[in-house]
Design a protein around this ligand. Structure first.
Ligand SMILES: [Cu+2]
Length: 317
């Protein structure tokens, strides 16, 4: 089932890459309205559909506004009333290129047409991209959401099973957030293959990050992941992570060669106010779905600046 939906999504992406790479500035690539979810039952099952249309020419370094049309599994447009706030926003949009190098996490704002949202991003490459829309259907809001500080993955916050993420192409896991992908071709440039080597340490924004696995990372099985944060200058543990979108960190993963997406937040208490601080160790539970390299992007905030840190996790079969 998972494999089938991935293949269908990739087929749609391939078609788009072929038809959507005209360089003409006046071709707002109608091909980009191809909706893998709309036509493909395997993707739409339990989830919904996403159609993406750029409002202008797509070119590296140029901001472009994308129009997103969100529909539920039976084709009803999803406007602001149909979507609950999760992690401070209604519609999170994760955009990544096929080489898994250029990652954007943005938020969509409602547009005039029912179910229509807009979001602006600036691609770095003339490559194929995937746009993932993540939202929590209003009816799916959990009791935790009533606390009013952006809890969405209710089960991950001390309610028992520690499952604190959503994942996969159009996957809807029992009332939690829904993630729906759609292809977007910025250009026809081939993306370099995602490196097969594991890379679990990085330095960014004056901080050093080291990922540790609490077991083997295997497709289809949960694995505990901790990320230790230290001051890159002094080597001292860093416990000053500022809240970002209602959490101390966001960990988003993309398996190479798939339209799937993982999204996890640190276990434990989420920030209740702007002055709360997180770190020095962030603990997650990841559910890798596909064998091979998965690119992880950690987002944290320090000194008011968002720091985005890439890692590569190699997942065994
Ligand atoms: Cu998040």
């Amino acid at each position: 089932m998972r494999t089938r939906s991935t293949i269908l999504t990739l087929t749609a992406a391939a078609v788009l890459t072929l038809s959507g790479c005209g360089e003409g500035p006046s071709t707002p690539s109608t091909a980009a309205t191809a909706t893998p979810g709309g036509a493909a039952p395997a993707v739409a099952a339990g989830a919904g559909s996403l159609a993406v249309t750029p409002a202008g020419a797509l070119a590296p370094g140029q901001p472009v506004t994308l129009t997103l049309v969100l529909k539920d599994a039976v084709g009803t447009p999803l406007g602001p009333d149909a979507i609950a706030v999760s992690h401070t926003e209604k519609v999170h949009v994760m955009i990544v290129d096929a080489g898994l190098e250029d990652y954007t996490h943005a938020h969509a704002t409602p547009a005039t047409e029912p179910g229509t949202w807009s979001v602006t991003f600036t691609p770095r490459f003339a490559r194929a991209y995937t746009v993932h829309a993540e939202y929590l259907p209003a009816g799916a809001a959990r009791p935790a959401d009533e606390h009013g500080h952006g809890h969405d993955h209710g089960a991950g916050h001390g309610h028992g099973d520690g499952h604190s993420q959503d994942q996969g192409a159009g996957h809807d896991h029992g009332g939690g957030p829904v993630v729906v992908p759609a292809p977007l071709a910025v250009g026809g440039e081939p993306a370099p293959p995602v490196g097969a080597g594991q890379s679990l340490t990085a330095t960014a924004g004056g901080l050093a990050f080291a990922v540790s696995l609490g077991g083997a990372a295997t497709a289809g099985a949960p694995v505990p992941v901790t990320i230790a944060v230290t001051d890159a200058g002094t080597g001292q543990p860093f416990a000053g992570l500022e809240p970002i979108m209602g959490a101390y960190a966001h960990l988003v993963g993309f398996p190479a060669g798939s339209a799937g997406m993982l999204h996890a937040h640190p276990e434990g208490t989420e920030p209740a106010s702007e002055t709360d601080r997180g770190g020095p160790v962030l603990a997650f539970e990841l559910h890798p779905e596909a064998a091979g390299p998965t690119r992880l992007f950690l987002q944290v905030r320090k000194g008011g600046q968002t720091i985005t840190v890439p890692f590569t996790l190699v997942v065994a079969d």
